[in-house]
Design a protein around this ligand. Sequence first.
Ligand SMILES: *Cc1c(COP(=O)(O)O)cnc(C)c1O
Length: 332
Amino acid sequence: MIARASGEAQWRAQWRGRLHSAADVHRWLRRHGIPAPAAGDTEPSFPVCVTPYYAGLIRRADQSDPIYRQSMPATDEFRSHSGTRQTRDPFGEQQTCSPVPGVIRRYRDRAVILVSVDCAAHCRHCTRRHSLRARDPVARIADVVAWLRQAGDVREVILSGGDPLALSTTRIHRLLDAIRGVSHIRRIRIGTRMPVTLPHRITRDLIAVLARHPPLWIATHFNHPVELTMEAAGACAQLAEAGIPVVNQTVLLRGVNDRVSILRDLFEGLVDLRVRPYYLLHCDPVAGVDHFRVPTRKGLALMRRLRSTLSGLAIPVYAADQPGALGKVPLH
Ligand SMILES: *Cc1c(COP(=O)(O)O)cnc(C)c1O
């Protein structure tokens, strides 16, 4: 177990020290002995944002590096995407399934609540890369709770954003208390990439708050075995030891993890950390992420090969979010 005497100070320092442009990241890499060109590329509309911790996992300053590729814009990002069905909001989240601002409901029994617009790091493949803006509405908790009280079919609340764990521990505490006050809500799920991009965020205080509201599940987002560091392992162990189940949603990304050996190491490594691989998600058709997309046929072939060599515990469901369809559809 990793000692964390000043857990709060440590994650705040990582947060404040985030790198906010391609030029910044390159400068940081050079300072840490990794050759990187002096000038950054044109800054993309979805800004670069990386924690020093996550930047520290980069070994090569180019798109062949899985961490660099998830964090830094490829030139393909700036190309036009005419002729594809990619849009800025492929699932109509903003218009069609929002009963109150900041709530997305596509299933009868589950509601997603957008509680934060901030993340520790920006993933280049982010589905919400065009809607995450500081000025966009996050849910007003009083309104959400009022809505939840009369939405008697909702059994599970999924906190998302942005990253819910970007909020202060005090605010998370208040939020969980408020949701827990609605008697028909049976469980809470938190979607967070903190165990991957800022594992220092999983402090003892945070664990104590999360553990007060069982059953509470964490859904996180590891994409590559390089992300399974000592720090990440420590964060996952703390969650497991506090009785908080952790599942993982990997996105299948070309040039990052679209190889059997990589997925095998990732999924087995996760099970070893007591994290259950839950979904392997086909990359959403969002504008600017075309260079990450893998043909469905290839995804299916990868799954077939994994199934013949891996424990069932290590096999996620391969699924795609279908525009128009109501939700994630398993691919067979
Ligand atoms: C993915 C998603 C869920 C959760 O789906 P599960 O299959 O239960 O993981 C719920 N609501 C929305 C809008 C989603 O996109």
